[in-house]
Design a protein around this ligand. Sequence first.
Ligand SMILES: C[S@@+](CC[C@H](N)C(=O)[O-])C[C@H]1O[C@@H](n2cnc3c(N)ncnc32)[C@H](O)[C@@H]1O
Length: 285
Amino acid sequence: MTGDVGGELDLGGLRRVYGTRGHRLFYTLVCRRARHWGWTEPGQSKWRCWRAQRQLEAVLGRKLALPPDSRVLDAGCGSGVVARRLAARLGLRVTGVDLMDFHVREARRLSTRAALEDRTTFTWGDFHDLEYADGSFDGVYAMETLCHAYDPGRALAEFHRLLRPGGRLVLLGPAAVPRAEMPAPQRALLEPFLDAMVLPGARHYTTRTLGALVTGAGFRLEEELDATRYYLPTTEALYAYFRLPYAVLRRFGAAERWLGLRSTVEMYELRHHVAWMVHTAVKDG
Ligand SMILES: C[S@@+](CC[C@H](N)C(=O)[O-])C[C@H]1O[C@@H](n2cnc3c(N)ncnc32)[C@H](O)[C@@H]1O
């Protein structure tokens, strides 16, 4: 599924996903406001999901490999958990953009509370089309957001424009295997899941084609890492925690309001057909 690029922004759909009370409660209480998966090293307990989230943020920091005070764009920042972490731990100056006004407000409030408002800025914006000048950033990252892109090639071209020569890009997130390699039951599960979660990007690319999309936008690919084995422990733990609560909600017809729970269950059921990828790329000067 690499063809038909150039969809349209589905702001209403994204508001339905991220604005639903159940989804917001899930992210606030279960994920402590981070809206991303986790990274577990071999030998570590899979049950410590919050530690895994912090470790994933640390992996991102290492792949960015930028010195303190570098200007970095967080494309799809959510409530700014990742931005604050990189600002606090690495001294980066992070600009977060997000389409959800309530995420932007929450990110600003939490940064003020953490006394990080001088290193983190949050703005409403669509990462396909931002108003910053060419070469404004030393680094760009997308933590589990390119899958939401209605035109991933265009978003990557925008990231390329926004980076200075020598600037670094890190993309982290899931990609499905080519549909032809997916058994029918999993394919039947995947497509409605992508619709419900508004993940058109995940239709445009697969594990095999995302790297070419990155180079097609002008980047030199430094590393294409299939990191699934580091993500799987989180997938297994979340499934074990939420399988039963989700089954009950489903039975009472409330599943649509609890998309966070749905994703914990369905990502497990798709676990052999979705890879978690980390792409690191450079805009050569
Ligand atoms: C899975 S969440 C990840 C949030 C954050 N990166 C984190 O790890 O906590 C995806 C985020 O991307 C945002 N998003 C989706 N499409 C976007 C776009 N075109 N421009 C800006 N933000 C977008 C959503 O509003 C949501 O906050």
